[in-house]
Design a protein around this ligand. Structure first.
Ligand code: GAR
Length: 190
């Protein structure tokens, strides 16, 4: 699999650790749109190849697809990746692109809803539950089939920051496992 991430990459690091000794799945490439993203440092430390693909480079579909092919990528994990994927890329990996959202979709999703923006919106809305959503990415982006959700109670004293910490714990616990279950169930030899 390839991991696409734009920021710190704690989920990406968690995937690299989870799959390090896996018998049939490995992380073979870490891609960021942002050359200074800390996730690239984490990948280098783990000895995993990295690539930086800023927005305009995605227009060259042949170059992009051949990069992923060279690393024998057959599944994509979005881990805090803040850009839309082009349709040709989504078509190349049908039902094999995963995303995690730090709230309970379909609530608190859509344009501009990422990272701390989501947790601020949850706290401002005064809801008593939040959680995580792991879903497949299709051409209607945030509407891909949901594979897994886990919930937590929002406490009256929670701030966006404390909520983010609790949500991230849930992400680390469930994201690699949910992807593994899906890939092993839908395995096609390559
Ligand atoms: C994660 O909490 C993830 O759910 C969120 O970005 C964070 C990345 O953290 N993704 C979105 O908001 C997507 N809409 P990380 O860089 O520490 O893994």
């Amino acid at each position: 699999m390839a991991i696409l991430a734009s920021g710190s990459g704690s989920n990406a690091a968690n995937f690299m650790a989870y799959y390090r000794d896996h018998p049939c799945i490995s992380v073979s490439l870490v891609v960021s749109n942002n050359a200074s993203a800390y996730v690239l440092e984490r990948a280098r430390e783990a000895g995993i190849p990295t690539a930086v693909l800023p927005g305009p480079m995605w227009e060259d579909s042949r170059a992009v697809l051949s990069l992923f092919d060279r690393h024998r990528v057959t599944a994509i994990v979005l881990a805090g990746y803040m850009r839309l994927l082009p349709p040709y890329f989504i078509r190349k990996y049908p039902n094999r692109i995963f995303n995690i959202h730090p709230a309970l979709l379909p609530d608190f999703g859509g344009k501009g809803m990422y990272g701390m923006h989501v947790h601020r919106a949850v706290i401002n809305a005064g809801v008593t539950r939040s959680g995580i959503t792991i879903h497949l990415v299709n051409e209607r982006y945030d509407e891909g089939p949901i594979l897994f959700q886990a919930t937590l109670e929002v406490q009256p004293e929670d701030t966006p920051e404390t909520l983010a910490t609790k949500v991230q714990k849930l992400e680390h616990k469930h994201y690699p496992k949910t992807v593994e279950n899906h890939l092993l169930k839908n395995h096609t030899p390559v």
